[in-house]
Design a protein around this ligand. Structure first.
Ligand SMILES: [Mn+2]
Length: 350
């Protein structure tokens, strides 16, 4: 039995993506979802598991119709999904009344339930959020032996969202546990309980690879692999500058770095090191490709401390520098020297 496990698609989210991409990002989440559905059709996947937060917020009726259309194109694959903390089953939500295609099996109850698929000798268990938070440990219902293969779908893993414990999950008797909510793909228990991670990165802190889990349950057991497929990656990078660099050369350095790591990706840069005291970095003008969300300037001016000392011997600045003269570059004392001199100069206290 072949399955694909996805989670945290967050349709309807508007990810922060830099000036050039922000407008198109919501569409890219839909495109990624649509590609997974197409893949299920191509690979004749038996079951598509969606472990919560298909939507970023309450789905609109037209959005459910679009999703259902995609599901209805599947000639072979059955779909099981639960609602997560973002798209929880609120009073009046369209989730409650929507008529899904015959191959779709929503598990929308707030107590653990299951669907059985005799033709696959499979039972899938799960429950949905009916509130934004669930603080109880709810993944503690044992597989009941309803079918040869039994899978648990669950959304959570932090203290406000269905806390999960390895030793409990391990003892429930499922063949596989498909997890959602944690956006970074990872195994909670190797080859057995996996967070598929967000299908596409949704937030600027969703760094690293994103995609889905492809798995197969055979006589020999479960085999799973993570398949990266996201169209973009959020990358955080520290760039080291030096006192010979100007705005122009830092801008070139940033552009070259973006070209090397991929112009499709979305960046946050942190500038570190020493800069020429005469240079102020104009970080708002350094985004050539429109895919930088943020540049933090943590550089310090590379002062000529000896010269500053000689000019300021009889004032506060000179006395401050005197305390540190001869300290080693890079040491704690040196950092105190840099920070202190910068503060004194900025505040005109010399
Ligand atoms: Mn979630």
């Amino acid at each position: 039995m072949k399955f694909i496990h996805i989670a945290d698609i967050h349709l309807g989210a508007q990810p922060d993506a830099g000036t050039a991409y922000s407008g198109g990002r919501p569409r890219e989440l839909w495109d990624a979802f649509s590609r997974v559905v197409t893949l299920c059709e191509e690979e004749k996947t038996d079951i598509l598991l969606i472990a919560g937060d298909l939507f970023h917020r309450q789905p609109l009726l037209r959005e459910l119709k679009e999703v259902n259309y995609l599901f209805s194109t599947l000639s072979h694959t059955k779909v099981v999904f639960i609602a997560g903390n973002h798209d929880y089953i609120r009073k009046g939500t369209y989730y409650r009344t929507f008529q899904w295609s015959d191959n779709v099996y929503p598990l929308l109850g707030d107590k653990m339930g299951y669907v059985r698929m005799p033709e696959l000798d499979l039972a899938v268990y799960g429950f949905s959020y009916h509130a934004r938070e669930i603080r109880e440990e709810r993944c503690n219902v044992r597989a009941q032996g309803l079918a040869d293969h039994e899978i648990l779908l669950a959304h959570g893993g932090d203290e406000k969202h269905v806390p999960l414990r390895r030793e409990i999950l391990e003892a429930l008797g499922f063949d596989y546990i498909a997890l959602g909510h944690i956006h970074k793909p990872q195994a909670m228990i190797k080859d057995f309980a996996l967070f598929a991670g967000a299908l596409e990165p949704v937030d600027k802190n969703d760094t690293g690879q994103h995609g889905f889990v492809r798995g197969e349950i055979t006589e020999q057991g479960v085999h799973v692999e993570f398949i990266p497929c996201a169209s973009r990656e959020y990358i955080h990078l520290a760039l080291r500058v030096n006192e010979h660099m100007t705005n122009g050369s830092v801008k070139d350095y940033i552009r070259e770095t973006v070209e090397k790591r991929g112009t499709q990706n979305i960046y946050k840069f942190i500038l570190r090191g020493q800069r020429d005291p005469d240079v102020e970095f104009e970080i708002e003008y350094m985004d050539d490709y429109g895919n930088i969300i943020e540049i933090e300037d943590e550089t310090c001016p590379a002062f000529d401390y000896q010269a500053l000392y000689e000019e300021n011997q009889d004032n506060l600045l000179g006395k401050y520098i005197e305390e540190f003269l001869g300290c080693e570059e890079g040491s704690m004392e040196y950092q105190a020297l840099q920070a202190g001199v910068q503060a004194l100069l900025e505040n005109g206290l010399s």
